[in-house]
Design a protein around this ligand. Structure first.
Ligand SMILES: Nc1nc2c(c(=O)[nH]1)N[C@H]1C(S)=C(S)[C@@H](COP(=O)(O)OP(=O)(O)OC[C@H]3O[C@@H](n4cnc5c(=O)[nH]c(N)nc54)[C@H](O)[C@@H]3O)O[C@H]1N2
Ligand SMILES: Nc1nc2c(c(=O)[nH]1)N[C@H]1C(S)=C(S)[C@@H](COP(=O)(O)OP(=O)(O)OC[C@H]3O[C@@H](n4cnc5c(=O)[nH]c(N)nc54)[C@H](O)[C@@H]3O)O[C@H]1N2
Ligand SMILES: [Mo]
Length: 764
């Protein structure tokens, strides 16, 4: 095994602490946008590109999955962090064979993720030979035949693992899963496994569809929006425009988070000069500063108070809706009598009075929308928590009608589309039957590996080849040291990538990097210029067409790469890959023929706004086996935190996209030029005898096993006592592989039990 660094080096960059910002966006957001654009690609090219972002017939922003409004801003429909994502991809910097000749993988692995990411766009297929430390350039032919050889050598198809990250467009995703199933396995782990899997699991059981039930317009007219475990100011900035429209229409915003995230609190629309002058809109009407992991208790309290209000005043329960459209109500309603309010208040950190206030508000403002993200999904009880949120909606009849519903806010820009295309290690039977019929084979039925199971299999030498369609598997997954070593046991690892990342350095015995086009680039094939299609967080399918010259002549599009691999591999070569590669309309015809909701795909997707996929629950038709929405409730779990220990959540800064580190600031939270920090309540700091900025090591404890991350500054922050926050991927080494959410198997990145040790000068 090569002696490469799996956990990023513990190098400090010079911390500066500022005050927490009191409003998101505004002028600093514009300044930051300009800086990133100017540094990476120059102002002229950058400005032109931003004008195309999220415009009809433009580029779908690779930043996040938030939908586009029907009326697009003339100034360009983008946000500061979308602009950073674009600058990152359309950078003028190049990571060439010369670059690889100058640096060994060991040397590069000693760099921070920030520096690794600044090496530019990868220009050539690169190969790391067994025993060698330097990548060398190879031809596409060589790369493809090496992959085909390894695939053909697998004793069973289950020895191959095919990961997908959520930027991949529908066309590449559809062909990829088809290729994988024709090859003979369902080993299709994807970033959903680390992300919204818990939402999918919860919503399929409760409503019959693993997606949200609202349209963008519903947010504008909602009476109240609950923003739970989500930081939209940073991660979905365009959502704030929708929240402020809701406010302008008289709606209330309820923010449930351990941190007073500024974006949800106050928003200055950077596209509105008037807004900038008047200092922005106060968004959140209620801020519930819940303890990390406290939402289960909180929603049980809210449910309990709704029942009290129904019994005392009446008019809370939507009797007709509950009777006609749901099941399991009695059981849920009875369970609310058992709720121990004092215990719930203690676990959640939310007083009974505050919980009552919210219950009262939503009992009157009945058209409610609940939005959530990783604060809920990456918890042990994630599925149960989300189902408690759903229960509240069912009581109020607040689903399946305008201005009301459930809204899991997706992460990667096409993560939802990839699932629709069949990137799923546990595919549903009707989908497989459609493949069988169309392609005249029997798709494998046995479930494949999810992300966690794939790592386990690698560690046991059960995986012979790993292919990553985008992403940064080694850094995004838990238990970095274990995972990195597991990856090193694989004979061949292949990454289809735009930019260099740690997964290209912590590799199998042999490794290939296949350079691909990004969203922003012109995709020219035999049949002419192509576009791809994507599905946003609200189920709208639309086009994305690149407009800049590709980073290198040797970059291939993702659909083309999948076609070439499919064509090279003996088991799959009989499918018409060449035809599909030449004109993506033919791929869309295949999607139309196998996946419901895509009728007239090629025509409809050419319409300016794209089209909505069918979604029963959005129309009040629940697609569970019984056709009724399900109340589901589980007992509360009380986890004792030993004295001197804290609950840690791993979150994103304002300057990163998952494992891609754009910069070293977390501007809204007032942390500058440093990522190695632990946010801690001032009283806890005093009690533990720490100084501000003191250096500590973080030790997580799970089932008696300790994992350590070296050298972090303790900083005072407005966070509940007993809870601490830090950034990933630096702290993924603390997340145990086998500590996962019940039923969705998502790693619990937001509830680690940790203690701190004084840092005593050891090398990180
Ligand atoms: N700029 C930018 N945009 C992105 C991304 C990015 O990295 N950068 N990533 C994309 C992806 S893939 C995703 S999934 C999304 C992620 O979007 P988010 O889910 O907003 O991302 P996180 O930083 O993980 O933030 C989780 C939030 O939950 C809160 N939280 C933590 N624990 C709890 C809890 O127990 N209860 C409650 N109520 N809140 C809690 C944290 O304080 C934080 O505000 O963003 C997408 N968009
Ligand atoms: N501790 C902790 N860990 C987490 C999380 C957390 O909150 N806490 N969040 C989890 C979540 S929500 C997610 S979604 C995962 C993300 O996991 P991944 O999706 O695996 O990781 P990313 O960092 O988004 O992947 C970035 C890489 O994708 C490649 N890339 C970028 N654009 C393109 C493209 O257009 N095509 C191709 N082929 N490649 C491209 C680049 O090489 C880049 O380095 O991380 C998870 N990990
Ligand atoms: Mo995500």
């Amino acid at each position: 095994m090569r002696n490469v660094r799996i956990v990023p080096p513990a190098t400090l960059t010079g911390i500066r602490l500022k005050h927490l910002k009191d409003a998101a966006c505004g002028v600093p957001a514009i300044t930051s946008t300009i800086k990133h654009i100017a540094d990476e690609m120059g102002m002229i090219k950058g400005w032109k590109l931003l004008q195309k972002l999220n415009q009809k017939d433009g580029i779908d922003c690779p930043g996040c999955a938030w939908p586009d409004p029907t009326h697009r801003s003339k100034l360009g429909e983008y946000c500061e962090n979308g602009a950073k994502a674009i600058a990152e991809e359309a950078t003028e910097k190049r990571c060439t064979p010369d670059f690889f000749a100058q640096h060994t993988v060991e040397e590069m692995s000693d760099w921070s993720d920030y520096i690794i990411g600044k090496s530019g766009r990868i220009t050539n297929p690169m190969f790391l030979e067994k025993g060698s430390s330097k990548y060398k350039p190879v031809s596409w032919d060589f790369a493809l035949s090496r992959i085909a050889q390894e695939l053909d050598n697998c004793a069973t198809p289950d020895e191959a693992v095919f990961y997908t990250s959520g930027r991949t467009g529908n066309e590449a995703a559809f062909l990829y899963q088809l290729f994988v199933r024709k090859f003979g396995t369902n080993n299709l782990p994807d970033c959903s496994n680390l992300c919204h899997e818990s939402s999918g699991t919860a919503l399929i059981e409760s409503l019959g569809i693993g997606k949200g039930t609202v349209k963008l317009e519903d947010l504008y007219i909602a009476d109240a929006i609950l923003v739970i475990g989500q930081n939209p100011g940073t991660n979905h900035p365009r959502m704030m425009a929708a929240l402020s429209k809701c406010k302008a229409n008289g709606g209330k915003i309820i923010h449930i988070n351990p941190l007073p995230e500024v974006g949800t609190t106050k928003f200055i629309d950077p596209q509105s000069p008037v807004e900038i002058l008047k200092g922005g809109t106060q968004l959140a009407d209620h801020f519930l500063q819940v303890r990390v992991g406290g939402d289960h208790a909180l929603f049980k309290m809210i449910g309990h108070y709704l029942k009290n209000l129904e019994q005392e005043i009446g008019g809370v329960l939507d009797q007709k809706f509950v009777e006609e459209k749901t099941e399991g109500f009695i059981n849920y309603w009875n369970s609310l009598d058992e709720v121990n309010l004092d215990e719930c208040a203690e676990i959640s950190g939310i007083s009974k009075a505050q919980a009552f206030e919210v219950a009262e508000l939503i009992s009157k403002k009945r058209n409610i929308i609940s939005c959530w993200a990783m604060g809920l999904t990456q918890q042990k009880k994630a599925v149960a928590i989300i189902q408690e949120v759903v229960n509240i909606h069912l009581v109020l009849g607040a689903v399946g009608k305008p201005g009301a519903g459930l809204c899991p806010v997706r992460g990667h820009s096409n993560v939802q589309g990839d699932r629709t295309m069949g990137i799923n290690e546990k595919p549903r039977e009707p989908f497989l039957l459609a493949l069988d019929k169309r392609y005249n084979f029997t798709a494998p039925r046995e479930h494949g590996f999810d992300a966690v199971e794939a790592i386990e299999a690698m560690s046991k030498n059960q995986v012979k080849i790993f292919i990553g369609l985008g992403g940064n598997f080694v850094s995004a997954t838990p238990d970095s040291v274990f995972t990195g070593k597991a990856m090193q046991r694989v004979p061949l690892t292949v990454h289809i990538s735009t930019k260099l990342n740690r997964s290209h350095l912590v590799t199998g015995e042999e490794a290939l990097i296949l350079p691909c086009l990004g969203r922003t680039e012109i995709d020219l094939q035999e049949g002419g210029e192509q576009f791809v299609t994507v599905e946003n967080s609200m189920g709208i399918v639309h086009r994305s067409r690149g407009s800049v010259t590709p980073a290198s002549e040797l970059c291939m599009s993702e659909p083309a790469i999948v076609c070439e691999i499919g064509n090279a591999c003996k088991k799959t070569s009989d499918l018409p890959w060449k035809k599909w590669r030449g004109n993506y309309d033919f791929i869309r015809e295949e999607i139309e023929a196998t996946i419901p909701g895509f009728d007239n795909y090629n025509k409809r997707v050419r319409g300016v706004d794209g089209f909505y996929l069918p979604n029963g629950p959005r129309e009040g038709k629940f697609t569970t086996p019984s056709g009724k929405a399900q109340f589901r409730t589980e007992p509360l779990q009380h986890i004792e935190i030993p004295t001197g220990h804290y609950v840690l959540m791993t979150i994103r800064t304002h300057d990163q996209f998952n494992t891609t580190v754009y910069g070293l600031d977390d501007r809204y939270r007032g942390v500058e030029n440093e990522r190695r920090v632990v946010m801690m309540n001032e009283e806890d700091i005093l009690k533990a005898g720490f100084q501000h900025k003191e250096l500590v090591n973080i030790v997580s404890i799970h089932e008696g096993v300790e994992r350590k991350a070296i050298k972090f500054h303790i900083i005072p922050y407005d966070i509940p006592k007993g809870c601490v926050g830090t950034y990933f991927p630096e702290t993924n080494c603390l997340v145990p592989l086998h500590h996962t959410a019940e039923r969705s198997n998502t790693p619990i990145s937001k509830f680690l039990i940790v203690r701190f040790e004084k840092y005593n000068g050891e090398e990180g």
